[in-house]
Structure formats: C-alpha cells, structure tokens
Design a protein around this ligand. Structure first.
Ligand SMILES: [Zn+2]
Length: 153
C-alpha cells in the first residue's frame, strides 16, 4: 500500500508572508485596473451605441422643411438633403426653395415684394419664411417640438 505523505506545511516566516501579501496586493491592483479598463470599454461601447442611435435618429427624424399654402401642407423635405424645388402658384407665380447645408431659403420668386427672398436662409423653427403674395409659408420643423407638444397637451 502506498503511503501518502503529506508535504510539510510551509513555514510562515514574516518575510515570506509579506512577499505573499505584496503579490496578492499586486494581483488585486491588476484586477482593479482590468475592471477599470473593462469599465472604460463598456462606457465607450455604450457611448458609441448612443451616438449611433442619435445619428440614426437625426437622419430619419431630423429637421424638416414643411411648406404650406393656405394651411395646406404641400411638401415636407429633410433639411439635411440639399435640394431645390420650384413651387408653382396659379398661372405665372412661383417660389424657388433651396435647401443647402442644413439651411432653407427662397432663391427666386415671382412675388413683387421679394420679402421671402430677402428673408435669407434659416434653420430656425421660430423663423418661418413667409411669402404673402403667393400664400406660402416655409417652416422648419423639429421632431423634439412635436414630442414636447404631445407631452404638454
Ligand atoms: Zn415672396
């Protein structure tokens, strides 16, 4: 029968204990550092996800340019897509609306006063471009605004 011999218990001298303690301490520090980096990594991933959602939201539900005539919606166009449209009115009247670099402006119009052209470019919801002779309102609309309206009403 083989006889199991227990290895002698390690003698715990003060020196050995302190070295062991230091090693464990270093290990704890390392683990803490790893946790720190994992935390940073998770934080960055979360930030990237949030940024991506925010960008996707901006692309799909960003600012829009809505054009009304006599309270009837004619067009709703995204403000982040450069485009130019000419909106006819009656026989000879028109407004040319340009969306460029996130701003909307009237670049040409048949109206006599040309107030709509002189208004210049805007991306403000509180600053609609109005052409009274052609009964046209060009309004920048923001998704947050309608959400706030929904909450408050
Ligand atoms: Zn005008």
């Amino acid at each position: 029968m083989p006889v199991r011999v227990r290895p002698p218990a390690p003698e715990r001298e003060p020196m050995t204990t302190s070295v062991l303690f230091l090693t464990l301490y270093d290990l704890v520090i390392l683990m803490k550092k790893q946790r720190f980096w994992i935390f940073i990594l998770v934080f960055l991933i979360a930030l990237a996800v949030v940024a991506q959602i925010f960008i996707a939201r901006n692309q799909t539900e960003g600012d829009k340019v809505c054009i009304y005539r006599d309270n009837t919606l004619l067009y709703c166009l995204p403000l982040n897509q450069d485009t130019t449209i000419t909106i006819p009115y009656g026989e000879d009247n028109f407004n040319t609306v340009e969306i460029k670099d996130g701003m909307v402006s009237v670049t040409d119009a048949s109206c006599p006063d040309h107030i709509c052209i002189h208004h210049g470019a805007t991306n403000e919801t509180a600053d609609p471009i109005i052409c009274l002779p052609n009964h046209l309102i060009i309004q920048v609309e923001r998704e947050e605004d309608s959400n706030l309206d929904g909450v408050s009403s």
